[in-house]
Ligand binder design. Structure first.
Ligand SMILES: [Fe+2]
Ligand SMILES: [Fe+2]
Length: 387
């Protein structure tokens, strides 16, 4: 068997780590790859608690079949040097080929590690990176000369760093490609890296599973985390935005009669009655008010109008409306441009979003609700007036 070992702090794990593992499995034809977060040193070093880093790594790699998560170093009470970890690992896998994966930045430091000669006997060294190739081959030659082994060099270009993520995450920056959204959700649930914590809504999330299917559940989490991030960007309450995003589609799978019943006290637009698909929005607002006794007007309005929008939408309404459009599970043509536009100018993004919807309705030969045009024209007028 060919086994890879990839250690790191993973504070937090990000898309670059995932892509590196995929590349390693493919290029080295690995049967199995162990991802191994480092433990917390006995003296505090500012590192996020190991239990959180491990949980995030588990979420990030849950879809990669050949990846196994190892808590070996985390469980060890003392600091584990790589040569010790690999020695123990070798005992468990005496006949397998072991590949030890590292970032290219370790190439020049490697000779200064504790017992590099033992590491070289225990595993093949594999370096991934984007640095200038000449520099790399110099470093590799040095290792070959000093330790008599040929390191494997794999070009890898993925410009993401955990440090940057930690610095930017609290600012509502556009981070769609850097972090798997379930890792982002974990971060904000637990309030890591200075993010306001939303763990108080965990029970609502659990309860939500009773009302919608798995795919819509993931969509709802996607909307929640996107709305949270947008709220920071646009000066709204991120926790409330998360909560509204989580609940926005709660009535989607309810029978039509039930939805109509929930809308009894709500003034419906004729199009909402004409297109029953739209009803889950006002029904959802009616449901969360009744079931959870939620009276927050901002939250209820955002859920109520998340499908149709309306003239004079508040910024908070717009957050949920647009988060529903661009959340990470969406993958229609043009979604990427729409995501970037959303974090640049919310109104312009909504206009673009409505344009996309109108074009697809025209293509499918379907009717266009006048409300859609009203919202679009209203925003366009404001944009043109510069307000
Ligand atoms: Fe919806
Ligand atoms: Fe939705």
């Amino acid at each position: 068997m060919k086994i890879g070992v990839f250690g790191g702090t993973f504070d937090p794990v990000h898309q670059g780590h995932i892509e590196l593992c995929k590349t390693a499995i493919r290029e080295l034809d690995l049967d199995c790859l162990y991802v191994m977060p480092n433990g917390n040193p006995p003296h505090k070093d500012g590192r996020t608690d190991a239990s959180h880093r491990l949980a995030m790594v588990e979420l990030a790699f849950r879809h990669l079949e050949k990846v196994k998560i190892s808590d070996y170093e985390i469980k060890k009470e003392t600091h584990s040097y790589t040569y010790e970890t690999l020695s123990d690992f070798r005992k468990l896998h005496p006949d397998d080929e072991i590949y030890f994966l590292m970032g290219m930045d370790n190439l020049s430091y490697f000779p200064n590690w504790r017992h590099p000669e033992i590491i070289c006997q225990l595993a093949r060294l594999v370096f991934f990176g984007r640095a200038g190739y000449e520099q790399i081959s110099e470093g590799a030659k040095q290792i070959a000369k000093q330790f008599g082994v040929e390191p494997i060099l794999i070009p890898f270009d993925w410009d993401i760093s955990s440090t940057e993520i930690r610095e930017e995450i609290g600012q509502g920056t556009y981070l769609f490609h850097q972090l798997p959204f379930l890792v982002y959700q974990y971060i904000i649930r637990k309030g890591l890296y200075g993010c306001p914590a939303v763990g108080e809504y965990d029970s609502y999330e659990e309860n939500l599973k009773n009302y919608i299917e798995e795919k819509r559940f993931l969509h709802s989490i996607g909307v929640a985390v996107t709305a949270y991030r947008m709220a920071i960007r646009y000066g709204e309450d991120p926790k409330l935005a998360y909560f509204a995003g989580l609940l926005h589609d709660i009535a989607k799978r309810m029978p039509l009669e039930k939805q109509l019943d929930l809308c009894k006290k709500i003034e419906l637009h004729p199009d909402e009655v004409a297109y029953p698909k739209m009803l889950h929005a006002p029904a959802g607002a009616g449901f969360v008010k009744k079931k959870y006794n939620i009276k927050d007007k901002k939250l209820l309005s955002a859920i109520r109008y998340h499908t149709m929008g309306h003239r004079d939408m508040t910024t908070f309404d717009k957050l949920i409306y647009m988060a529903d459009y661009i959340e990470p599970c969406r993958d229609f043509d043009g979604v990427e441009a729409l995501r970037e536009a959303t974090f640049c100018n919310l109104d312009t993004a909504i206009i673009k979003g409505i344009d996309t919807t109108i074009l697809s309705l025209v293509e499918e030969h379907l009717k266009i609700s006048p409300v859609l045009l009203e919202v679009r024209n209203d925003l366009l007028e404001r944009e043109q007036k510069g307000c």
